[in-house]
Design a protein around this ligand. Structure first.
Ligand SMILES: [Zn+2]
Length: 115
């Protein structure tokens, strides 16, 4: 029986010779602003796009509006615990919230002030 390969091994296989260059590039970026660059990498990933699409399919309405009994279509998916401080929760459904643009802007502004 073939042993299943790990996620890392599959990544290496997919990226081939580029893996080392990418790692060096990431190290350079992380040195400048560690939390932000890893958040940007997550946001650009195919995995995040798939998780975000799944969340919007499950919760098409803005959950902050919904909590107040209002029905507004969501336009984005937000991390309840921010990516910058909780990258390990990036793909955890229970850490995601569907939001409309005004609610998303409000929450992001509050997070910036809290920092
Ligand atoms: Zn809203």
């Amino acid at each position: 029986m073939r042993r299943p390969i790990t996620h890392d091994q599959r990544l290496k296989k997919l990226r081939g010779g580029r893996a080392r260059d990418d790692a060096a590039y990431d190290r350079g970026r992380r040195a400048k602003c560690p939390a932000l660059s890893s958040a940007a990498r997550i946001r650009g990933s195919a995995r995040w796009k798939a998780v975000r699409a799944e969340k919007r399919r499950r919760d098409p309405l803005c959950q902050m509006h919904e909590a107040r009994g209002a029905t507004v279509e969501a336009s984005s998916v937000d991390h309840i615990k921010p990516l910058a401080t909780h990258p390990e929760l990036a793909f955890v459904m229970s850490n995601l919230m569907s939001l409309c643009e005004p609610c998303h802007a409000k929450k992001s502004a509050q997070e910036r002030m809290a920092r």
